[in-house]
Design a protein around this ligand. Structure first.
Ligand code: GNR
Ligand code: NI
Length: 176
């Protein structure tokens, strides 16, 4: 088990489209265990492999208060979306930013579980929001993409400033 480093916006690696998992083997199960440990440590309610620079279609989620309900989805596919829900979202790859995003309130989806068995499920509310947020990560999409260009630009500057302060790098203005 290992706690992995989470990529942060605007890292271009967060824009890669993950490829389907071909075989659910021990290597994938180790990735799943590491994703769960990293998510619980953060802490967060979901984590996609893309966020730890692994570009395969694997995500984990747990919306319980006591780490009791881990959900593992391999090659997830959302089959239907109904209703509208506006939620204040955050993302471990966009630290410190919380903004309202509109998504489907109810979804059905299918995936493989950690044993490689096909599962079909439905979710509502926060779990539905979380699964949609994580599936977006696997396609290289971030919740800030639903905001205006102006808001996204402000967030980019804020996160870059935080990165500079962490590494003590002086600010460099662009040459032009
Ligand atoms: O921890 C997280 N909380 C959250 C809150 C509202 C909507 C989505 C999320 S997912 C986020 C963890 C994360 O970044 N997953 O990709
Ligand atoms: Ni996220």
């Amino acid at each position: 088990m290992a706690i992995l480093t989470i990529l942060e916006f605007p890292d271009p690696r967060l824009r890669r489209k993950a490829v389907p998992v071909e075989v659910v083997d021990e290597k994938i199960r180790t990735l799943i265990d590491d994703l769960l440990e990293t998510m619980y440590d953060a802490p967060g309610i979901g984590l996609a492999a893309t966020q730890v620079d692994v570009h395969q279609r694997v995500l984990v989620a747990d919306i319980s208060d006591d780490k009791s309900t881990p959900l593992v989805l391999i090659n997830p596919e959302i089959l239907s979306r109904d209703g509208v829900e506006i939620t204040e979202e955050g993302c471990l790859s966009v630290p410190g930013v919380y903004e309202k995003v509109e998504r489907a309130e109810h979804i059905t989806f299918r995936a493989l579980d950690r044993d490689g068995k096909g599962i079909e499920m439905e979710a509502r509310g926060l779990l539905a929001v979380c699964v949609q947020h994580e599936c977006d990560h696997l396609d290289g999409k971030l919740f800030v993409d639903y905001l205006s260009e102006l808001k996204r630009q402000r967030i980019r500057k804020r996160v870059q400033k935080a990165h500079r302060q962490e590494s003590n790098q002086p600010h460099r203005a662009p040459a032009i």
